[in-house]
Design a binder for this molecule. Structure first.
Ligand code: GLU
Length: 368
């Protein structure tokens, strides 16, 4: 049974005067209902809580400060979900509100719980309506743009499609708002193409813009989820995209045999620090599938606790792996460069490994 994650941004959900685009949303929900009644599993990721809250409160300018954004979102989210609930009800479907933060993806137990909840809702034929839990998300860890949140939900569920609906027809060779000659990119087969596009900055109302979409598509492609970026204001776009018609920009996926744990570590767990390792450790990690030992660590950057994710870079500064550190940055700074016998003499409680091989993902491994 196919699973589809569809995301709509604030500019699609609300118009310039911050009113919900009722006709467009009704059309979108009708498309989703058709897919669900046809046996597909669909998750809707919708932004627009802040815009909706601004409208209720009569605040026309998007607030700059996080508490004001959070408060506007708290006002708007209830309205937004109530609207979707009514629309799905018209198609005899039940909607469920699911609010997530990046912390929920960072902690393994929350991640597994969220995945189980979503899976159960989909088994029941319910449509989860997901947004970021803006109330508790703090500035530095906000998804901000829900494109990355949607990609992470798609990866979590090993979805077949991630459909990002926006107010443009897809990705362009250059920012079409600035360059008349910009051309629509129909198909991306190599993710490197994405990084090369000049996609412009954040959109006016939401926080994402095309930059967030290319990041989301990169993640999804590496986790074997096909992404389609298309215009959400054209009726029937979602149905056409899922039917394989040539709409918007299609970003092809790679098959992956990586475990859900490795995908989570590579794409969902926020990195809190960097470990520079020597040439010997680089070789041992890349070739031998070894754990990272203190003796191979040359420098420690950042402030992290045991259990946080770190990125591991080779002597040239290139990322070679990500893993979960068994030690805090403070402990690791004291023991870096030490052999295991020296380590045990210093403190027998410390782990031999800084990052155990089972809790490490090599860059590129998830694509294999
Ligand atoms: N969670 C936000 C919302 O629903 C995402 C979009 C934004 O930051 O504007 O409004």
């Amino acid at each position: 049974m196919k699973t589809i994650v569809v995301k709509v941004g604030s500019s699609t959900v609300a118009d310039d005067s911050l009113r919900l685009r009722r006709r467009l949303l009704a059309g979108l929900v009708a498309d989703i209902a058709e897919l669900v009644h046809g046996g597909r599993r669909v998750v809707l990721v919708s932004s627009g809580a802040i815009a909706c809250g601004q409208h209720v409160l009569g605040v026309s300018e998007r607030p700059h400060q996080v508490p004001a954004l959070q408060a506007a979102s708290a006002v708007g989210q209830g309205r937004l979900f109530a609207h979707y609930e009514r629309l799905f009800g018209d198609h005899e479907l039940t909607a469920a509100q699911v609010l997530l933060t990046s912390e929920d993806f960072a902690r393994r137990d929350s991640y597994v719980n969220a995945r189980n909840t979503l899976r159960r809702l989909l088994t029941w034929g319910v449509v989860p309506v997901v947004n970021e839990n803006d109330t508790t998300a703090t500035d530095e860890i906000r998804f901000g743009d829900n494109d990355v949140l949607a990609a992470q939900v798609a990866i979590m569920l090993r979805a077949d499609f991630l459909v990002l609906l926006t107010d443009q027809d897809g990705l362009y060779t250059r920012d079409p708002r600035k360059h008349g000659g910009a051309e629509l990119v129909r198909r991306v087969t190599d993710p490197a193409q994405l990084a090369a596009l000049d996609v412009g900055d954040a959109s006016r109302r939401g926080a994402g813009g095309m930059r967030g979409k290319t990041a989301a598509a990169l993640m999804a492609a590496a986790a074997n989820v096909r992404t389609i970026i298309a215009n959400g204001s054209r009726p029937g776009t979602l149905t056409a995209a899922v039917a394989g018609e040539d709409v918007g920009t299609q970003i092809l996926a790679h098959a992956t045999s990586a475990s859900a744990f490795k995908l989570w570590l590579r794409y969902a767990k926020p990195v809190r620090g960097t470990l520079e390792v020597d040439a010997g450790a680089t070789r041992a990690l890349a070739q031998g599938g070894s754990s990272l030992l203190p003796v191979g660590v040359k420098a420690v950057h950042g402030s992290f606790a045991a259990g946080d994710a770190v990125t591991i870079v080779d002597p040239a500064g290139d990322e070679i792996a990500r893993g979960i550190s068994t030690m805090s940055a403070r402990d690791l700074r004291r023991v870096r460069g030490m052999r295991s016998d020296e380590l045990r003499a210093l403190n027998p409680q410390l782990e031999d490994e800084v990052v155990h091989r089972d809790r490490l993902v090599l860059v590129g491994e998830e694509a294999g």
